[in-house]
Design a protein around this ligand. Sequence first.
Ligand SMILES: [Zn+2]
Length: 219
Amino acid sequence: MFFNTSAAPKTKDGIAKFLTGHPRYQTNSGVHPLTSYSHCVKLHRLGLNRSESEKAVSIMQSDDYWRELRGCLRGFQDDMQGRYQISPMGRNSGHLVLFEAEVYDPGYKSTCRQCGHLSNQLVSPQSSHCGECGGLRSNLKKPLSWSRVIGSGIDHGVTYRDMLDWSMDDLRDRLDLVRAFDSACDITRSAFIRLLNEFMLIEQVVMVPQTVKRLERIC
Ligand SMILES: [Zn+2]
């Protein structure tokens, strides 16, 4: 694979070297900058051949190529039971970064069948229509589970020497997480290359201003 290159280290020394030598990216711009595990996914760093690179420049002009790739990142989050997520950061989303995350219920009780607008109110005879478009609302069958970042500095400032003081179990757990992250970046890169081979950019002139609507699974 491309990002997941070597066999998993087995010794404390090997794991600590692997983790502290892993690429990192700055995740905030405050007075106290934090960093987390990352991979650079800029075009010239993806190991593409010339024709793939040329095609990539055109594909990336489309508004929805990221939507195709987001499923790969979502797969990682699901594998991690929502405790970690990968988000693109930087100019042109040039870096994939590992974050601590959590799944939470945003508290919505109902949704509009027509426009998808979410509401905190249960449907009642007095309020069965959407305030946005007038469409009929229905109650959600179960609470939504959204995810949010709760930590953006995984192992920030932790040195090789610090890691040697960790227990072997803690080191192995962290190694497993970061290697799963590397694999997810590989899967995303492969999906991007597949996209280059399977899609072409279609230019479409849209004559009317449009609101783009996104589907959120409700049951
Ligand atoms: Zn509506």
